[in-house]
Every structure is written in structure tokens, then in C-alpha cells.
Write a protein that binds this ligand. Structure first.
Ligand SMILES: Cc1cc2nc3c(=O)[nH]c(=O)nc-3n(C[C@H](O)[C@H](O)[C@H](O)COP(=O)(O)O)c2cc1C
Length: 383
């Protein structure tokens, strides 16, 4: 199976050390462009842009990156309940047209009621999933041109539209693919019913296997299949010792008070996925390797994806293959700082996974590396 490898656009900040501004960098349009161009040049298949009040707006940022990249796909969130289906349809269609079919959709139902109420959405967990279900039904039907010239009608419990039409259809038919994460029961139902790719945060392989089996079974009951993806950080270095040292360094400026504050904030959320991430370490910094080479240190202060694969390139590639054996095809990685680590991961791990951009005849020096003594090409090392 060929793997899809994605990187991450850090629209909520970037740093060298978690939980401090020491050595951290400003996020501006130029920096985000550098990360996107790096990912595109290195041969990543796509990038995820997160969404929420802690992030620069995902649609605006992704739009700014279309014309500085060539092949990179953009996984951008739609937020049922925060926009109308009609507006979300037009945004998706226009983006897909302008990028020539490079849009992927991340359906985010949301797991922080306080934040959602601040945004104007008053709905508990169960109701939010009802809204998502109806919203995505309408979104898909409208983009697929259902209802023909008269347009598409829908009269649901939460959403009602009459004569919905997409006058500028998307490049990808019937619509850009739908990715989706969520670990609660209604999330699994929704994934099985309507989604193309189910995403999980990086739990240990056994826990991930259980989730995927559950979704597979629910999808099979509907005569459907769903593909799978995982979101992980990565800390790869030439040796295992260096990689673990880098993991320790990442939290070396993080004090316990900051950890306690972050954990208290996560505890207020109703996201089952977030609860599962927090349970991996319980707020303690002494038991962070939660399964071999899977380190939960990032989740001490970062919401959402809280685990990293840690090790030398061979070890990290082996762990990736372990997840791939469970049926995962898409891996969404990140590392701090995101620009440097996009290079490090691609250069050290892509060759072990048979990935990377084909530079073809244009490349004078593939295998890559500096030419020695103005004459001698570096030798290709066995992967
Ligand atoms: C890979 C992945 C990416 C996600 N990205 C976001 C995001 O950018 N913003 C957000 O608010 N929630 C994000 N989520 C959270 C989910 O969309 C979902 O709303 C949340 O987990 C609550 O659902 P649950 O209670 O069913 O777990 C993400 C989840 C996953 C697995």
C-alpha cells in the first residue's frame, strides 16, 4: 500500500520548546508560506490546517498558499453549525476550482462547548452531531448537483434548505473527499454513514485497531467502506538516544503550573477524543512513553494531537508501518519547529518508506548531496 504523508501548517504558533516563548518564532504569512513551499517541494502529499479560535483562519491561510504550491493538497475544516451549508459549499467549490482539485475537507464538529458558544453555536455534544449529520448530507448533495435545475431541498430537524444549487461545480467529483475525526459513539456512526476517511489522533496501536474495527463494522452494515488516517507528531534523529534527548528538550522549559492549567482547560471539554488523549499521560511527566516509541509529552500542554513517534529513522519507519498494517493509509505529521522538522523527517524517513518527489531528469545530483572536489558525485546509500 502506498502511504499518503502529510505535514501540518502551524497556524496557532510554532516553537522550539513547548509552553514557553523562549526561542519561539512569529507566525506570519511569509513563514506559513515557507512551511507550505517546503512541504510541497519535499513531496509531502498534503498539509492539514487546524481550525478554532487559537488558529489563524484555515480557509484564508489555505487560500493564500494555493498559488505558491504546485501539488500540495490542503486539508481544511468545515464547521457544521458555524456556517450555513450553502456558504460552505461555495467556499469548497471555489477553493477546489482555484487549486485545480487540491482541496480535502476536514469535518470538525467541535469538542469545546465554551468556544462554540463564544462563536454563537449553542448545542450540546449530541445535538452537534445531529447538526453535523444533516449539514454534511446537504453539503454532499448540493455539490453533487442533486435536485438538478430546481435545486436541492432538505427539511431536517436542524437544517432546512430549498433550491440549493452549485453553479460553479468543484473539480473533484462528486465533491472533495471528506475526512473526519471524533472518538465518541455518534462520531463513529457519522464516519460510517458519510465520511471517506476517518482520522484518529495517535493513540497506541492496539487502541487505534479497536477504533478502526468498530468503524469498519459500522460501515459494513451500511454496505460502505471508510479509509483511515492518523495524526501524530514526530521526533526523528540519527540515533534513538538523540531522539529521546530531543523529546526531553522539547518540554525542558515547561513548568508544572502551565501543565496543570492546560489539563484543567482540556477537562472542561466534552470531546471524547481529547479525553482519550489526556488519559494517556494523566498530566504526569514521568510516564510519557505510552507504548514503544510513542511519547505523550506534547499532550501535556497541546490540545488535540498530543503524541509523537520518537526514534531513529529506522525505528520511526517501523512504527509507521505498524500503523499502516492496521489499515492506515494517511499519516499527518508535524514537529517543532515545523519548517526545519519538515525537512528532517522527509530527508531521513521518506527514503525508508519509498516516498519523495520524483526529481527526474532535472536533477543533476540525485542521489542528492554536495558534489565533492568539483567532480565526484555522492554515492547512493542503501535505504
Ligand atoms: C486529526 C484530527 C484533527 C482535528 N482537527 C480539529 C481542529 O482543527 N479543530 C477542532 O476544533 N477540532 C479538531 N478535531 C476534533 C474533532 O473534530 C472533534 O470535534 C472532537 O474530537 C470531538 O469529537 P468526539 O467527542 O467525538 O471525540 C480533530 C480531530 C482529529 C482526529
Amino acid at each position: 500500500m502506498s502511504l499518503n504523508l502529510f505535514w501540518f501548517i502551524p497556524t496557532h504558533g510554532d516553537s522550539r520548546y513547548l509552553g514557553t516563548s523562549k526561542g519561539a518564532r512569529a507566525i506570519d504569512g511569509n513563514y506559513l508560506k515557507q512551511v507550505a513551499v517546503a512541504a510541497d517541494t519535499l513531496g509531502y502529499d498534503g498539509v492539514l490546517l487546524p481550525t478554532g479560535r487559537s488558529c489563524e483562519d484555515a480557509w484564508v491561510v489555505a487560500s493564500s498558499l494555493i498559488h505558491v504550491t504546485q501539488n500540495l493538497k490542503f486539508l481544511v475544516a468545515i464547521r457544521p453549525g458555524l456556517t450555513t451549508p450553502g456558504l460552505a459549499v461555495r467556499m469548497a467549490s471555489t477553493f477546489d476550482r482555484l487549486s485545480n482539485g487540491r482541496l480535502l475537507i476536514n469535518v470538525v464538529t467541535g469538542g469545546d462547548q465554551g468556544e462554540l458558544e463564544a462563536d454563537g453555536l449553542y448545542a450540546d455534544h449530541a445535538k452537534r452531531y445531529e447538526i453535523s449529520d444533516e449539514f454534511i448530507r446537504v453539503w454532499r448533495a448540493s455539490l453533487a448537483g442533486e435536485g438538478g435545475d430546481k435545486g436541492y431541498d432538505f427539511d431536517g430537524k436542524h437544517i432546512k434548505v430549498k433550491g440549493a444549487k452549485t453553479l460553479y461545480p468543484p473539480v473533484q467529483k462528486p465533491h472533495p473527499p471528506l475526512y473526519f475525526g471524533g472518538s465518541s459513539e455518534p462520531a463513529h456512526e457519522l464516519a460510517a454513514e458519510q465520511m471517506d476517511v476517518y482520522l484518529t489522533w495517535g493513540e497506541p496501536p492496539a487502541a487505534v485497531a479497536e477504533k478502526l474495527d468498530d468503524i469498519r463494522a459500522r460501515a459494513a452494515k451500511r454496505g460502505r467502506t471508510v479509509k483511515f488516517g492518523i495524526r501524530l507528531h514526530v521526533i526523528v534523529r540519527e540515533t534513538n538516544e538523540e531522539a529521546w534527548r530531543a523529546a526531553d528538550e522539547l518540554i525542558s522549559n515547561l513548568d508544572d503550573e502551565v501543565i496543570a492549567k492546560a489539563q484543567a482547560s482540556f477537562a472542561k471539554m466534552d470531546s471524547v477524543g481529547q479525553q482519550r488523549m489526556a488519559a494517556l499521560h494523566g498530566g504526569r511527566r514521568d510516564k510519557l512513553e505510552v507504548s514503544p516509541n510513542l511519547w505523550a509529552g506534547v499532550g501535556l500542554v497541546r490540545g488535540g494531537a498530543g503524541t509523537a513517534l520518537v526514534g531513529d529513522p529506522e525505528t520511526v519507519a517501523a512504527r509507521i508501518k505498524e500503523y499502516a498494517d492496521l489499515g492506515i493509509e494517511t499519516f499527518i505529521f508535524s514537529g517543532y519547529p515545523h519548517l526545519e522538522e519538515s525537512y528532517r523527517f522527509a530527508e531521513l524517513v521518506f527514503p525508508l518508506l519509498g516516498k519523495g518527489r520524483d526529481h527526474g531528469e532535472q536533477s543533476l545530483s540525485g542521489p542528492f548531496g554536495e558534489i565533492m572536489a568539483s567532480d565526484i558525485l555522492p554515492k547512493k546509500k542503501a535505504a
